[in-house]
Design a protein around this ligand. Structure first.
Ligand code: NAG
Ligand code: NAG
Length: 316
């Protein structure tokens, strides 16, 4: 009997132990499940924090560009898009020319005054002209007015240096288009800022430029520094750029940046796009470094001072 009781006790004991083990397992399983859920949540938080850190890092790298005024894909037509800016007092240090000296300042962009096909013709002209020489560094210019063409580390005069070969580079029709285009730019600037276009004069430097990603060899190649046109060239009152190639497909980098106190504002080049602005310190700007491809543009500058006027180029 005693033995039986003992056995019973043993078996009930064993049952008890088995129950305890089961309960323990269940508890362990439950806590393991809770633990894995907790760690998944933690992992998620950690991942989001990492993501946030990466995003903050990437945007901080790019924080010098905060606003796109006009993207490449947009078509600004028929009216120019105008961004008024208060005039700086730079113009007060110069003689004033009523009807021309900036009273209104700002920026404008238009895609409707130069056709893409016209930009194409002008780009080919620039390609042919610059193929004669070109800078060793990444930035070459061709100035049809003075004849200056980048060659190695310096400049040559195309009219003197290449003489008769000039006829192969540009024709009378090319020059006519160039004159037409500069006339249209003059008109849109005059309309935008309320000026008399006959009191504005083309001034120097007015030139074609080609920029690629090759490292600069001389100061002339360092186009990316922030600058103010009126400070660099006292005669400038209005600056314009006619783009001859497309940002993103012909080249990368190379956006135009207005550097304002509170923001950097970009204009993305597009073939046929004209961007223009008053030349004083209200329009401090720079061009981003070109990282790939070739960027073609024409800089067309205007002065109010007839003493600084230059004439349109003609075939020699
Ligand atoms: C604009 O970009 C320049 C660098 O190109 C940077 O030093 C400056 O802080 C930027 N300005 C703003 C307001 O982000
Ligand atoms: C950039 O242009 C120069 C001529 O101005 C040329 O020598 C150089 O090979 C070009 N670089 C690239 C990356 O195309």
């Amino acid at each position: 009997m005693a033995l039986l009781r003992q056995r019973n006790a043993q078996s009930s004991n064993a049952a008890e132990i088995e129950k305890k083990i089961k309960r323990g397992n269940a508890l362990r399983q439950g806590s393991a499940w809770r633990w894995s859920r907790g760690s998944a949540a933690l992992l998620l938080v950690a991942l989001s924090l990492c993501g946030l850190a990466v995003w903050l890092y990437v945007t901080s790298l790019d924080s010098d560009v905060t606003e796109t005024l006009v993207s490449r894909a947009e078509l600004v037509s028929p009216q120019p898009r105008v961004y008024p800016v208060e005039c700086s007092d730079d113009y007060q240090n110069h003689k004033r020319y009523p009807g021309c000296t900036p009273q209104k300042c700002g920026r404008g962009v238009t895609d409707s005054i130069v056709k893409r096909e016209e930009a194409e013709v002008l780009r080919r002209l620039a390609e042919r002209g610059l193929a004669l020489a070109g800078s060793e560094g990444g930035a070459s210019i061709l100035d049809l007015h003075s004849g200056a063409l980048s060659m190695g580390k310096q400049f040559v005069n195309i009219y003197r240096y290449f003489g008769d070969k000039i006829g192969d580079v540009f024709t009378k029709e090319d020059l006519q288009l160039y004159r037409d285009v500069r006339g249209r730019i003059q008109t849109v600037i005059a309309e935008t800022f309320g000026l008399d276009p006959t009191l504005m004069y083309l001034t120097k430097p007015t030139f074609f430029s080609r920029i690629n990603s090759t490292v600069a060899k001389t100061q002339h190649d360092e186009y990316w520094h922030p600058h103010i046109d009126k400070v660099t060239y006292g005669s400038f009152d209005y600056t314009s750029l006619l783009y001859l190639s497309d940002y993103g497909s012909d080249f990368t980098g190379g956006r135009f940046v207005f550097m304002d106190q509170n923001s950097n504002r970009t204009v993305e080049p597009r073939a046929g796009r004209v961007s223009f602005f008053s030349s004083g310190s209200e329009n401090l700007h720079r061009v981003e470094k070109v990282t790939w491809g070739s960027r073609y543009a024409i800089t067309v500058s205007f002065t109010c001072d007839p003493a600084h006027a230059i004439s349109d180029p003609t075939l020699p």
